[in-house]
Ligand binder design. Sequence first.
Ligand SMILES: [Cu+2]
Length: 155
Amino acid sequence: MRKPILILVAVLATLALLAAGCGGDDSDDSGNSGNSSSSGSESSGAEGNGADTTETGGGGGAATSLKLTADPGGALKFDETELSAKPGKVTIVMDNPSSVPHAVEVEGKGVEEETKTLTKGTADVTVDLKAGKYEFYCPVDGHREAGMEGTLTVG
Ligand SMILES: [Cu+2]
């Protein structure tokens, strides 16, 4: 019975010495090691936030996205006059590559929402639509009359 205990004690003592030795040797560098560990923890936190964002994105993924492009040469027209979507949230992204200001307004069934007016860029608006017919057009003065309009069919 005694020998195993002595061996165990010897092993523990050896391990303790090794551990103490390692700790002592590393103490000069441990400051840097500690900082590295802290940075790692911060990174983990960021990953956690990223996961939350992904979940939120998944919920928002139900929205239908429609794209509308204004004439690149500056003519008063969109590339589409007929758009269609399923009922629910619909995001209309208007790309205006020209230097003529444009926007898109969606109107119908009590809905009336528009993107901001801009040149050389994209703007979007999200609307919650029921089945039916809506109109979309550019609300800039004179543009709708010139032909920047179309029909959005939801159903
Ligand atoms: Cu316009």
